[in-house]
Ligand binder design. Structure first.
Ligand code: NI
Length: 169
């Protein structure tokens, strides 16, 4: 199981670098991220959240197989938007409504380097956008109004005041 880094950890704010080597270490990282995601009962987990500043995230939504996205790029977003109450394993216990495009098309590579394209809607589209933000040092609270962002951070601090920094799963 991997450590999950939380709000305030610098690694969450860094721009990630491209994955260039598709080796067994990458496959092991992806597998460990899926295990960590399941253990934490989440739907998505990105590299920076486990201290890895590389363009990788994993998604597993209920009743679906896990998907590993390497070097993802959102190439199309719908004009239609929708609200959804988001949470983040790096900001545990806090949930806020975020408005995002309802559908996206994403291009990425799998763990072997093979390219694929997914046209996603619903929860999958939501999680892809949230995780993709992580690869650019962005958190879902950045999408909130200033007032709501302050509220979210206060709530996070109140709920997590007894264990600062890293959380061992
Ligand atoms: Ni997150």
């Amino acid at each position: 199981m991997l450590d999950i880094y939380t709000l305030g950890d610098e690694v969450l704010r860094k721009e990630c670098s491209e994955v260039k080597v598709f080796d067994s270490a990458l496959k092991m990282l992806a597998d460990a991220m899926i295990e960590t995601l399941r253990d934490a009962d989440g739907v998505g987990l990105a590299g920076p959240q486990v201290g890895v500043s590389e363009k990788i995230f994993v998604v597993e939504i209920p009743d679906n197989d896990p998907i590993v996205f390497i070097n993802p790029e959102i190439i199309q977003t719908s004009i239609e938007t929708s609200p959804y109450e988001e949470g983040c394993l790096s900001i545990p216990g806090v949930y806020f409504n975020v408005i995002r495009p309802s559908a996206v098309t994403v291009q990425a590579q799998d763990v072997t380097g093979k390219p694929f394209t997914i046209e996603a809607t619903g929860l999958l589209a939501r999680v892809i956008q949230h995780e993709n933000d992580h690869l650019h040092g962005k958190l879902y609270v950045d999408h909130l109004s200033e007032k709501d962002r302050e509220k979210a951070i206060k709530e996070y601090e109140r709920k997590n005041r007894h264990h600062g920094g890293r959380r061992r799963k």
